[in-house]
Design a protein around this ligand. Structure first.
Ligand SMILES: Cc1cc2nc3c(=O)[nH]c(=O)nc-3n(C[C@H](O)[C@H](O)[C@H](O)COP(=O)(O)OP(=O)(O)OC[C@H]3O[C@@H](n4cnc5c(N)ncnc54)[C@H](O)[C@@H]3O)c2cc1C
Length: 466
């Protein structure tokens, strides 16, 4: 595929670099990649669509340029190109932002999708480039018997996940993904590299507050942990729920999850009148684990334990869908316990079950996540035990309105119950006071750091820190 002449000429003039060449490549593939490190696309280029598209098909943004970067040098070139052209810049690693914050109308999209290097360092530390996908990390780490606590969905990028927090099966034991970071490198709006070893503010900000706000993070350094020997999953299913049964089961679930071991995780997933409860655990000795939820087992229509599985095989079960889909997902409140939603349970059940495709989920947090001080990372919700999320899925663009209306009604209900803390990695464009909801008392420091790293607000998206 040939770069159009206008783009090539303009680019060479602005940056004084060597030839861009003629590039052939397939989306998210290293095959046949250019011998240069940089690909600049406009709407006229054949590959523009592939790089523009994100995981959420609902999002339809049209950047003026897409700079596909393979190296830090390429990222610098792209940023300087953007600033000279006076363009706003959005950044993409894995492309899984719920609200398409990794794309921008009429601006420059810096696409890091090919920056996927994994470099092992001494003491089992590891340096990751931002577009390593979670399944690529597991594939590389597990044969070495190492893990970092990340999410479960295989196609999420480590860049966005870490910079907004990052939680999953291993977080109650080891903390959030961002808690494992000990160093980052960022290229700022002037094209300068900032190393958090020389600037600790940057590391603090990137622990939960770094998504698209300050510059392009190109290197993330993590400590890692010994992988557990095995992994067990326990799935309980409840069908044809009534309101009464829903209320009694959700109360029991909160009770059952209060004192789980740190190696355990649980999710409560209401999908129409069908409820799935999942427990996972990777303790070496799990003999008494089911005692935590014997009362729930007694009420379930179906119970399926899958014990002591090979870790890699078990994790693959949770990689999820890989191809783009139409959806709206958002954080639905961070809870201390059932008291945060108790007053609205009847209405919640009515509303979630009224529209097919709507899912209300609660996940356990707590454990090690809560042992970090609120002021020690940009992620602020250190006293919280549960994270809920609302999801809705549909098949074609014309169905969108109906699903979004039902979604917003449930959000209004949850807001009326006083839920105003949200998880930054599950954003919603419509959250009132969104950045206060994501960052709480840490917002003021993040705003100061925005002034320090990006005073002209070159890096931009609808909920950028200002
Ligand atoms: C199917 C699915 C499953 C998920 N599962 C989990 C889960 O188990 N646990 C969990 O915690 N979260 C989960 N998430 C949420 C996920 O953490 C966020 O969507 C995350 O931001 C995605 O990162 P990304 O790199 O794939 O996305 P992107 O869309 O590329 O980026 C997301 C945000 O980060 C910014 N960003 C990305 N890379 C950089 C960079 N290098 N420098 C600066 N800013 C950058 C972008 O500008 C954007 O604002 C899930 C999301 C989806 C869609």
């Amino acid at each position: 595929m040939m770069q159009n002449d206008y783009t090539k000429r303009e680019f060479l003039k602005l940056l004084g670099t060597g030839s861009l060449g003629i590039f052939f490549m397939s989306f998210y593939s290293f095959d046949d990649f250019m011998d240069d490190d940089f690909l600049l696309l406009t709407k006229d280029d054949e590959k523009y669509e592939n790089y523009r598209n994100s995981f959420n098909k609902r999002i339809n943004k049209l950047p003026k340029y897409i700079a596909v970067c393979k190296t830090d040098v390429a990222v610098k070139k792209a940023i300087l190109f953007g600033t000279q052209k006076k363009l706003k810049i959005a950044i993409r690693s894995g492309g899984h932002s719920f609200e398409g914050f990794s794309n921008i109308d009429d601006g420059l999209l810096i696409h890091l999708g090919l920056m996927k290097n994994i470099t092992w360092l001494k003491d089992n530390n590891v340096k990751l480039q931002p577009a390593c996908l979670l399944q690529e990390i597991y594939d590389n780490f597990l044969p070495k018997k190492r893990i970092i606590p990340t999410g479960s969905c295989g196609t999420v990028g480590i860049g966005g996940l870490t910079l907004g927090g990052g939680y999953g099966f291993f977080s109650r034991k080891y903390g959030l993904t961002c808690d494992q970071l000990y160093r980052v490198k960022m290229i700022d709006y002037k094209g300068n590299t900032i190393d958090s070893d020389q600037d600790p503010d940057l590391l603090w900000a990137c622990k939960g507050g770094g998504n698209g706000n300050f510059g392009v993070i190109t290197e993330l350094y993590f400590k890692t942990y010994a992988a557990p020997q095995s992994f067990s999953g326990y799935r309980l299913k409840f069908s044809n729920l009534t309101t009464e049964k829903f209320i009694s089961v959700i109360k029991l679930w909160f009770k059952s999850t209060q004192n789980l071991p740190k190696e355990a995780f649980s999710a409560f997933v209401l999908n129409g009148k069908f409820l799935t409860i999942l427990f996972t655990n990777y303790e070496a000795n799990q003999t008494n684990f089911e005692k935590n939820f014997t009362e729930l087992i007694a009420q379930a229509n179906e119970y399926k334990p899958m014990k002591n599985r090979n870790l890699a095989a078990a994790l693959k079960n949770y990689y999820g869908i890989k191809t783009p889909i139409y959806f709206k997902n958002a954080s639905a409140g961070l809870y201390d316990g059932i008291e945060d939603i108790e007053a609205g349970l009847t209405k919640l059940f009515e509303k979630v079950t009224a529209t097919r495709g709507t899912i209300y989920q609660i996940n356990t947090l707590g454990g090690k996540i809560n042992e970090v001080k609120t002021s020690d990372s940009a992620y602020p919700h250190r006293d919280i035990n549960y994270l809920s999320e609302l999801q809705t899925y549909w098949d074609s663009r014309k169905e969108e309105g109906k699903f979004l209306k039902a979604f917003e009604e449930i959000q209004q209900l949850l807001r009326s119950l006083g839920n105003n803390k949200q998880y930054r990695n599950y954003p919603d464009i419509n959250f009132p006071e969104a950045n206060s909801a994501y960052f709480g008392t840490n917002l003021a420091r993040l705003q100061q750091l925005k002034k320090k790293y990006d005073p002209q607000n070159i890096f931009d998206y609808p909920q950028v820190i200002k």
